[in-house]
Design a protein around this ligand. Structure first.
Ligand SMILES: *Cc1c(COP(=O)(O)O)cnc(C)c1O
Length: 382
């Protein structure tokens, strides 16, 4: 028995992260200062997108994304049930309808085929958009989803909250970083401490569209601007052109984000080392997430499937290993159940949920801790 709890995820904050935050506290701006733009530029550069808009959290980012894309009351959007509720909730914020398509049983990602079937079972124009999720850090083949979306005139929001640093390889053999905006209209990232980049709370929206970028930036700060005004009464004058929100990130958080982002590649490399150790130990014995050819998993999570999931979860707790379940299918959450998703055929998602468990996965996990987790999982499963 170990005394130290091994959680499923954990932030890595070093002295250099602390120093930049302290320096920002001593500088002129706590919010709306120079660090926000610097973080946005660094982030856009990192994923290879033209524009980035920093926001207070990824949920706010998803809300602004559906607003900027013009989603209206009653309009329908498809997403996966195997995600955090926020991927679906953003559609409900603007009184849209959420429809779920099933997952692929091996990659656990939204299935292209079940999405296609759902779209083709309805008249043209029935759906407005798709929100695929780079689940666990595994990039969606966004090129394939773009082809489907174009055929039916749909927009795509890539929920890349799990996947900064992940990429897939497109049909031309080029690496496509998650959230780079080459195929999806908008990408969304989260800086919640369990995700790769910890800002406390925080999020980033990425896009290659200048018009979407301008809308997102306006909506983030009350719809108020000093640019492109119809009138100008003097230096104090501004216009509120739309009903926006205060979804800003602070300068303090942005300074931390800049420092954290600079370490993301080494963090993702370490996450992949840990994943490889798990895979080597479990291959042929325990099912784990399948990674398609040419894809690089950013590994927010490492998920296995076992028959006695509750048994393993409880056993690992007795060993101070705090594994977690990702996720309870969104359509089965009480809020969505009462809306009436009871009879949707999402059997792959439900089957997956009955078996899935996420093992500890974060850069500061030591080799010795990884071995300890492996040993206990194998002991329970044998
Ligand atoms: C964490 C997460 C979100 C929400 O992120 P916040 O920054 O906490 O709002 C949205 N989608 C997915 C897939 C997530 O994992």
């Amino acid at each position: 028995m170990r005394n130290k709890v091994i959680p499923y995820g954990r932030q890595s904050i070093n002295q250099d992260d602390i120093d930049v935050v302290v320096n920002t506290l001593k500088a002129d701006f706590l919010t709306q200062g120079p660090k926000i733009k610097e973080f946005e530029d660094d982030f856009a550069n990192y994923v290879g997108a033209k524009y980035a808009v920093a926001v207070s959290n990824a949920t706010a980012g998803l809300h602004l994304a559906v607003l900027a894309l013009g989603l209206k009351t009653g309009e329908r959007v498809i997403t996966t049930p195997i995600t955090f509720a926020a991927s679906a909730n953003c559609v409900k914020y603007v009184n849209g309808e959420v429809w779920f398509a099933d997952i692929d049983p091996n990659s656990y990602l939204l299935s292209l085929e079940s999405t296609r079937k759902l779209i083709e079972s309805k008249p043209k124009g029935f759906f407005k958009g798709i929100i695929p999720v780079d689940f666990a850090g595994l990039p969606v083949d966004m090129e394939a989803f773009r082809a489907l979306a174009d055929k039916h005139d749909l927009w795509i929001i890539e929920d890349a909250c799990h996947a900064p640093g992940g990429y897939f390889t497109d049909s031309k053999g080029e690496k496509q970083m998650c959230g780079n905006g080459n195929y999806a209209d908008i990408g969304i990232f989260s800086f919640h401490p369990v995700k790769h980049i910890a800002c406390g709370e925080g999020g980033m929206i990425t896009t290659n569209s200048e018009s979407l970028y301008k809308k997102l930036a306006l909506l983030r700060t009350h719809g108020i601007t000093k640019d492109d005004m119809a009138e100008n009464h003097g230096g104090w004058y501004y216009e509120m052109q739309e009903l926006g929100f205060n979804y800003r990130l602070t300068d303090i958080q942005s300074a931390l984000g800049i420092s954290q982002l600079a370490k993301n590649n080494s963090g993702v490399t370490r996450r992949n080392e840990i994943a490889n150790a798990y895979k080597e130990a479990f291959r042929g014995k325990i099912k784990f997430q399948y990674v398609p050819e040419g894809a690089y998993n950013a590994h927010h999570l490492f998920i296995i499937e076992v028959d006695d999931r509750k048994g393993l979860y409880d056993f690992l707790r007795t060993q101070n290993i705090y594994a977690q379940i990702h996720y309870i299918p969104v359509h089965t959450l009480p809020y969505y159940k009462t809306i009436g998703y009871g009879d949707a055929d999402l059997s792959q998602s439900e089957h997956y949920y009955s078996k899935c468990i996420s093992l500890p996965m974060y850069p500061s996990l030591t080799d010795e801790e990884v071995d300890f987790v492996i040993q206990k999982v194998l002991l329970f499963s044998s």
